[in-house]
Design a protein around this ligand. Structure first.
Ligand code: CU
Length: 370
């Protein structure tokens, strides 16, 4: 079939919206009609050429939601008409990682997904016979996409795609970090560095877990106001030269530090601050940001010897097919505000505007609606 999609032709160049061919779903695959897709930093990161594993041409986009249009042979997990969220982090439920109960990193299709092809080694996207590779196993900057069934979370049909699509990446990464990865305990003091969508999700997740105090750190006073809405009790505007967020957090916690800290900036200097702001004895620092190529996190060993733990999480440790539908239900029950994350709604043709808004740090999330 013919579809319209946003193609990254060349690194560092705007995406080009054009017509492509999409082959139908093969065994174990599903054709999804995309209704909405968030524009995430990872799309921009790859488009810029900074991602060492990036390739062109490809259709970007990974924060999608929509409906199952058709299924390939042997598909049992979804049927036509099901409402789904796309998962760049699949959950097969049977691989050594899925059954370990210790990680959300499913091994089933990792290799082929990284190569931009379906599990059988071929792409479904093409243009005039020339194969075009998929991106993150999703390629959701498109009217339709084909994905493996294990990479779709089946959700409540009532949920609006242009809101819950944020659970395909950003919001779920932050929420999951607090709820599933760090497993914040009630009454805790938490500190969240960076209050973009991931950081705001972490703030909201800490609140859901019953944290008593949530300290939010960001360069933007506007974004911190949004963090306050999501449950931040103390705000620190960083980057003012003489402002040392670590010292401020220590001062707020009788010199001890926070029980849980979260880093959601991708800056290794901020990651180090998040480690140093974690409490002596038992503080847990969760690293979520994607750092630049070749960058490393420097930690003075004393911080570890004196009882701090550093952990990280892809997709915040969220198990896609298990946890994402639960988060959608929380939203529908009124226990999780996702609407406040969406600052702009744009069309597919305006996808580059979504990148510009992100670069200008204007708003929280732009969502493309189809
Ligand atoms: Cu993302």
């Amino acid at each position: 079939m013919k579809i319209r999609a946003a193609v990254l032709e060349e690194f560092g160049q705007p995406l080009q919206v054009q017509e492509l061919d999409l082959e139908g779903p093969k065994a174990g695959e599903v054709l999804v009609k995309i209704e909405a897709c968030g524009v995430c930093h990872t799309d921009l990161y790859t488009a810029s050429g900074a991602d060492p594993s990036g390739y062109v041409p490809t259709v970007l986009g990974h924060e999608g939601a929509g409906f199952v249009e058709a299924v390939g042979e042997g598909v049992t997990l979804v049927r036509p008409g099901d409402h789904v969220i796309t998962l760049f982090s699949p959950e097969c439920g049977v691989c050594i990682h899925c059954t370990s109960g210790k990680t959300n990193l499913c091994m089933a299709i990792r290799e082929t997904q990284g190569q931009g092809v379906m599990p059988d080694g071929t792409p479904r996207l093409s243009r005039d016979g020339e194969p075009i590779r998929h991106f993150m196993g999703t390629s959701t900057f498109a009217e339709y996409t084909v994905m493996p069934e294990i990479a779709l979370a089946k959700i409540n049909k009532e949920a609006e795609s242009d809101v819950v699509c944020t659970l395909a990446c950003g919001a779920a990464t932050g929420l999951g970090a607090a709820m599933y990865r760090a497993q914040v305990e009630p009454g805790s003091t938490c500190a969240v560095f960076g209050t973009g969508l991931v950081g705001l999700g972490a703030v909201a997740g800490c609140k859901i877990q019953g944290a008593e105090r949530i300290i939010a750190v960001d360069l933007s006073a506007d974004r911190l106001e949004v963090a306050k809405h999501y449950g931040a009790t103390d705000l620190i505007v960083a980057g003012g030269g003489d402002v040392d967020p670590v010292q401020q957090i220590l001062d707020m916690t009788d010199g001890f530090g926070a029980d849980y800290t979260f880093e959601a900036t991708g800056l290794v200097g901020v990651m180090a601050q998040a480690v140093e702001a974690a409490r002596m004895g038992w503080g847990v620092c969760t690293v979520l940001g994607v750092a630049g190529k070749g960058e490393t996190l420097a930690i003075v060993p004393r911080f570890l010897i004196t009882g701090r733990t550093v952990i990280g999480g892809s997709f915040g440790g969220t198990r896609g097919r298990t946890n994402v539908p639960q988060l959608v239900d929380m939203y529908l029950e009124g226990n999780l505000d996702l609407d406040g994350f969406i600052s702009h709604r744009i069309t597919l043709d305006e996808v580059n505007k979504g990148f510009e808004l992100m670069e200008a740090q204007d708003g929280i999330r732009s969502v493309i609606t189809f």
